[in-house]
Write a new protein. Structure first.
Length: 623
């Protein structure tokens, strides 16, 4: 009798041993390579960054401006760096940029600030204003600030406009396109796929679920969105006009006006920008290089002007081990950035358990006398939001005042976790409010029936065997809507009790409607307008503190993560930098649409509230 199964088993067994042995050898080689790099870096200070005696600080921000960086596994990052792969969406801490500018202002080695915002990907208007103010403060030192770029996006131009001189390539382009809110709508596609949408919401303006039940934006959503978008655009134009000494009313908002001015500039966007006063001169890269050499001298390799870039200057001047007085009183800062999800989440996302744990840590720290909750979130899980808010209440009960400080977003669940604070501070451009609740899920009974798949059975109650493969019992739907209604009433009550308003008064400005920080202050949803420093000072005042330190309460890295992070920091100097000149294959425009679709579905897919109830502002992001 043939023993073919046994033969195959032995062959595959030996093959697996070879593969497994090769894998272990490879991983060990990689590990020892990293160890060698680490100890080489440890005993070799040749990679130490030094600031030249005279140089220009090159503010070359690359990536997204954020309040808190998302967690990236150190090993994954180290492997990517070693292979020369750049992070797809790098992140830059706004606080790092501001600290660099504050340090450089009083650093005699820095002669000039050069803003090169070409690689800045995204930034909220609040963050742009913070950095713009820091650049304005830098100019008080008497040092010149110049900006140059081949082209400027709207966000990039905000930083460029704050310079004394703005240069652009003669073949470059800039266009202030304004702010918009456009979404992809799926109802017709879902209908064609025979997918049944079940939506439960409260609030005329709670439009987060509209893409799944409509093919266009509702009139109510357009009305609400236009109000806050117009206000943000007005603030943007005001700032640019102040930077450039222009008339904000002359900014091109109509296509016909732009066309006329472009025709007068012979079709050149660069010439149009020059004539409009957005830029001071049109210069080639070589002309800029020669000009800067005259100002600060040649670099050591004589290839460009003497400079130190943002990341190197940060590394050279930032104290990795800041000295903290253990006996001093503290105002703790807890950052709540990202979507609010249930459970423990990594930095860059808010976890009901993990963020509550940070607040609890501040409560149990005897040196902490007050807390600032820095919120940059469009909301998420209603249950997780309530867990975080309860910790705010416990802080207050412990005699430690809490100030909520709103960054770009503090809407829906972001407002929920802020509502119980002793004071709420926001930027004039903060997007907040969106006080409303929704629940949503889909069932696929019709889709499956098309291919001959059906679900049937028997249960002891109407709730047994609930499944997305079955039609939703209307009475179950009514039960869910009742729960949503209760959630909305809880939200109204929460705001009313903490803002000294009646639930009827709150309901009039709630209904899921979004407001800017400035308007929210008028409506009583916000106490004061200001930045994080203002909120810290307010918290200290509430706690009657004369002298204090600010302490950031954040997730502590494990010993393994600390080791790998140090390994990465030391190894980076030995690894080749990836080229910034990357080619893209295929239709990038089509890829962007596909990515947008994936993002829309991923946002809904990641929500994990145990009751399926959400306070989330999906309309808060601007295009």
């Amino acid at each position: 009798m043939s023993d073919k199964p046994g033969i195959f088993k032995r062959i595959f067994s030996k093959l697996w041993k070879i593969i497994n042995t090769s894998r272990i050898i490879f991983l060990n080689l990689v590990f020892f390579l990293f160890v060698i790099i680490f100890f080489s870096a440890l005993f070799d200070d040749s990679d130490k960054v030094e600031v030249p005696e005279t140089a220009a600080l090159l503010l070359n921000l690359k990536g997204d401006l954020v309040e808190q960086k998302r967690y990236v596994d150190p090993m994954d990052k180290l492997l990517s760096e070693s292979l020369g792969q750049e992070e797809e969406r790098p992140e830059i801490l706004v606080s790092d940029v501001i600290n660099v500018l504050e340090t450089a202002k009083n650093d005699d080695r820095i002669q000039t600030l050069v803003i090169y915002p070409q690689n800045l990907m995204s930034a909220g208007l609040h963050h742009l204003q913070l950095i713009g103010q820091a650049i304005t403060d830098f100019k008080e030192s008497g040092k010149e600030v110049v900006s140059f770029g081949d082209y400027y996006s709207q966000g990039q131009y905000y930083l460029a406009a704050s310079a004394d001189k703005v240069w652009m390539n003669p073949n470059g382009m800039m266009l202030l396109e304004g702010f918009g809110r456009y979404r992809v709508y799926f109802k017709e596609a879902l209908d064609k796929l025979k997918i049944t949408q079940h939506v439960f919401k409260v609030g005329t303006y709670k439009s987060a679920v509209e893409p799944y039940i409509r093919d266009d934006m509702s009139d109510a959503a357009k009305e609400a969105n236009k109000a806050w978008l117009d206000q943000l655009w007005s603030n943007y134009k005001r700032d640019i006009a102040n930077f450039r000494d222009l008339d904000a009313n002359e900014f091109d908002e109509k296509a016909g006006q732009l066309l006329e001015k472009l025709e007068q500039s012979e079709g050149s966007f660069a010439e149009y920008a020059l004539r409009a006063g957005f830029v001071d001169e049109l210069r080639t890269r070589e002309e800029i290089r020669k000009d800067m050499i005259e100002r600060v001298g040649k670099s050591e390799n004589h290839a460009s002007f003497r400079q130190i870039n943002f990341k190197d200057y940060l590394k050279a001047t930032k104290n990795p081990f800041p000295v903290e007085n253990p006996a001093s009183d503290k105002v703790a800062v807890v950052v709540a950035k990202g979507t609010i999800l249930n459970g423990h989440q990594k930095p860059g996302t808010i976890g009901g358990d993990s963020t509550a744990k940070l607040l609890r840590k501040a409560r149990l720290n005897k040196q902490v006398k007050a807390v600032v909750l820095r919120v940059d979130s469009p909301g998420g899980s209603a249950f997780a939001s309530e867990l975080i808010r309860q910790e705010v209440e416990l802080l207050k009960a412990a005699g430690k005042p809490v100030v909520a400080s709103m960054a770009n977003y503090a809407a829906s669940g972001g407002y929920w976790i802020s509502a119980s604070a002793n004071e709420i501070w926001a930027s004039e451009n903060t997007i907040t409010g969106s006080i409303g609740i929704f629940g949503m899920f889909m069932t696929f009974e019709k889709s499956l029936a098309e291919i001959g798949v059906h679900t049937d059975g028997i249960g002891t109650t109407d709730f047994a065997g609930l499944s997305p493969t079955q039609k939703l019992n209307p009475q179950i739907g009514a039960i869910i809507q009742t729960s949503i209604d209760r959630g909305y009433q809880d939200f109204l009550t929460l705001v009313a009790e903490n803002r000294d308003m009646t639930t009827e008064e709150v309901d009039k400005i709630a209904q899921g409607r979004v407001w800017t920080g400035a308007k929210a202050k008028e409506l009583g949803l916000v106490d004061e307008l200001g930045n994080l420093d203002d909120a810290v000072a307010a918290a200290a005042k509430l706690a009657s503190l004369k002298q204090y330190d600010t302490k950031l309460i954040e997730r502590e890295l494990s010993p393994k993560d600390l080791f790998l992070q140090n390994l990465l920091d030391n190894a980076q100097a030995f690894l080749p930098e990836a080229s910034a000149d990357q080619s893209f294959e295929g239709n990038q425009a089509l890829q962007n649409v596909i990515n947008q679709l994936m993002i829309e579905f991923e946002r809904v897919n990641q929500l994990n509230d145990p009751k399926g109830i959400y306070s989330f502002c999906l309309t808060c992001e601007i295009n």
